[in-house]
Design a binder for this molecule. Structure first.
Ligand SMILES: *Cc1c(COP(=O)(O)O)cnc(C)c1O
Length: 372
């Protein structure tokens, strides 16, 4: 059996160790310390956003964002439908209710028209959470404009899109609060981790406060709010500092993988995941759909690749189809939901940046053989 090829696995460079060793040498293993401060500063500078709070996960960052905008029992939050459940679970942590918004076919992300329709139906949501799926920017300009029009805060989940641009501007800088993830499979990783980002220093300060058990500035332990243990450790932040220096290189490799698939499948009844012409995706995962009515299924492709120990996975199952959210509303302007269709015909292809040309050729040939 050949060695397993993953959808996306950590790629380490050795430079991460320099920062970890520095933390050991100064005994800043915990708590917090220079790596955390520097990682926050460096990530915020890379994106061009005011401030960042390094946390244990992207999910924790989303939780703090949802809390910052005051989501509480019974509040409605408009959410991207086609995404990982982590995007929307924090709404439930605070007792809020998700309303899922359908995608548009041009980016697979939140449809601005469906978002507008949702405002007609539920005029007072507490926030909107938008995702840039698989590293492809959403129509964030229109979405931001709609949010401004209704005076509702925008939370931008850039967990899969660090480094992607929309109209020349970094994703993660559009939201009133934005989040990143440094989970093991993301474009850069700290093993596990996340960051909350904002131009509003008060939002970031408050996230840091809640994330360190809501300790008030007293000589003894004084608590006036419920707190969390959500802060990133100084060791973990050291991994992040080393990784950040290789982000652009990771992105270039992801783009090459997408291009190679695109060229290899151009004559087949296959479409690669689409993007807006004014955006520069990072293609965290290369995905494709099989043209409607064609006999090959995504499961056929995954099954074929599994035979040679290669990982391929279905597109995220739309959240409005998840049993746990069965009672939530879903808003679409399409005759048949776009997200259902992408889920039915789509698949995520192996997109690991450590794949060799030989390995990619093998994968491409196996997929091609199913179609000819
Ligand atoms: C990975 C991911 C998250 C969650 O990040 P964690 O660091 O794993 O908690 C949130 N949203 C999206 C879209 C993700 O892909």
């Amino acid at each position: 059996m050949n060695k397993r090829i993953y959808l996306s696995s950590p790629t380490m460079h050795g430079e991460e160790m320099k920062y970890i060793e520095e933390a050991f040498a100064t005994n800043w293993v915990a708590p917090l310390g220079k790596n955390v401060d520097e990682f926050e500063r460096e990530v915020a500078a890379y994106l061009g956003v005011g401030h960042g709070a390094a946390l244990v996960s992207g999910t924790a960052a989303l939780h703090m964002a949802v809390k910052w905008f005051g989501v509480t029992q019974g509040d409605i939050v408009f959410c991207t439908d086609l995404t990982f459940a982590a995007t929307v679970n924090p709404v439930s942590y605070e007792g809020g209710r998700q309303v899922f918004i359908d995608s548009e076919p041009g980016t697979w992300n939140m449809c601005p028209l469906a978002l507008k329709a949702a405002f007609q139906k539920h005029p007072h949501p507490k926030a909107v959470i938008v995702v840039h799926l698989y590293g492809v920017p959403a129509r964030i300009d229109e979405i931001k404009e709609i949010c401004s029009e209704y005076n509702v805060p925008l939370i931008e989940d850039a967990a899969e899109s660090m480094g992607a641009l929309f109209q020349g501007r970094q994703t993660g800088t559009f939201g009133d609060v934005s989040i990143l993830s440094f989970n093991g499979n993301k474009i850069i990783t700290t093993s596990g981790g996340g960051m909350l980002l904002s131009d509003d220093p008060l939002a970031v300060e408050k996230a840091r406060f809640w994330a360190t058990q809501s300790r008030e500035a007293f000589p003894y332990y004084q608590h006036e709010e419920i707190g969390y243990n959500y802060r990133m450790s100084n060791i973990v932040a050291g991994i992040g500092r080393g990784q950040l220096r290789h982000l652009d290189e990771h992105i270039s490799k992801k783009k090459l993988i997408y291009e190679k698939y695109r060229e290899a499948f151009v004559d087949l009844p296959i479409k690669m995941n689409p993007y807006h012409e004014d955006s520069e995706p990072i293609f965290w995962l290369s995905c494709m759909t099989i043209d409607a009515g064609y006999k090959v299924t995504p499961a056929d492709i995954a099954g074929e690749l599994a035979k040679v120990n290669v990982e391929a996975r279905p597109i995220w199952k739309p959240l409005h189809l998840q049993p746990v959210f069965a009672d939530r509303d879903f808003v679409t302007v399409a005759e048949n939901p776009i997200t259902d269709d992408i889920f039915a015909r789509g698949i995520c292809l192996p997109s690991d940046i450590k794949m060799t040309d030989e390995e990619m050729n093998m994968i491409i040939n196996m997929v091609r053989r199913l179609f000819v």
